[in-house]
Design a protein around this ligand. Sequence first.
Ligand code: ZN
Length: 170
Amino acid sequence: MATHDVPLPSNRRPQFPDRCVSCEREHPGNTVRLSVTGAGTTPGAAESMLDLALGSTAVSSNRRVTVEAPACVGCGNALLRRHRWKTFWLYTGALGGTLLLLLILAGGGSVWFGLAALAMGILAPVIWELRWPPGFTFTPAGAQITYEFRSERVAQEFAASNPVDSPKVK
Ligand SMILES: [Zn+2]
């Protein structure tokens, strides 16, 4: 299932249509604040993990971007849960895979089997995200933030509300 992506310059405050970003309901009367850590440059995993542990962005050059989007209460809560799990898995997946690799090697197992476990730990959350995209998310990268909608309708209305450099819905 593909998402409908609308890229905007990161310094631009996005204007959302008065419609739930997840289920398309009009006038949801509620908003959800989602935070995503984006890469300013390419940070090392160790720095990112340290930042996560400290709850800071001091160690790496990661930027924490918060976007407030219209969503009904139920959809908003679901999106918040998704974002928490995504962050959790991005770190624990790699960490768990590494631990598994070490355990397998310590137990005299094959290096290739260990590496496969490590790869799975890193890839599992990525595959999950691609397979079941959330109703709405966004990805900061460099000077741009890509807003990703599962709903084509919301994506088109969002693009129409933010007519900068004629954003295209992919
Ligand atoms: Zn909704």
